[in-house]
Write a protein that binds this ligand. Structure first.
Ligand code: 5GP
Length: 125
């Protein structure tokens, strides 16, 4: 079910549990600001989720409230993950669903990183 991105942060969301180590994940990259792991239900040959370590519901929450260090750290981590996976030359797509109309399902900010084949049009028509 899509989440209301204006609600307060829910400490019991699935990505909070992953960050606390309560649920396993296939980690691709981790540093002080971000964790990257394979999506459990991949929509492309490469489908990695990158999440900030801080408790932010969505892009809106993060962009409004995160510190400069958190924002810089997270953005750099997304770029590094793509670079380390060799995705810059073939290309990749980033996506951050935010709120109901976007169909965000997990209320902890995550950037989807899709790659590994031509990705087609941006949105279903
Ligand atoms: P959203 O629709 O919120 O942008 O995307 C949520 C994503 O999280 C989906 O692509 C879904 O497959 C993924 N996901 C949901 N639960 C888990 C989980 O427990 N582990 C992993 N690795 N991915 C998950």
């Amino acid at each position: 079910m899509a989440v209301d991105a204006t609600l307060p942060y829910d400490e019991q969301n699935i990505f909070a549990k992953i960050l606390r180590g309560e649920i396993p994940n296939r980690t691709v990259y981790e540093d002080d600001f971000a964790l990257a792991f394979h999506d459990i239900n991949p929509q492309a040959p490469t489908h990695v989720l990158v999440i900030p370590k801080g408790a932010y519901v969505c892009w809106d929450d993060f962009s409004a409230k995160a510190t400069e260090a958190e924002i810089a750290g997270f953005v750099r981590a997304v770029g590094k993950v793509a670079r380390d996976l060799g995705l810059v030359a073939p290309g990749y797509r980033l996506l951050a669903n935010t709120g109901t109309d976007s169909h965000q399902e997990v209320p902890h900010l995550h950037v989807h990183l899709f790659a590994g084949q031509p990705l087609g049009p941006m949105l279903v028509r």
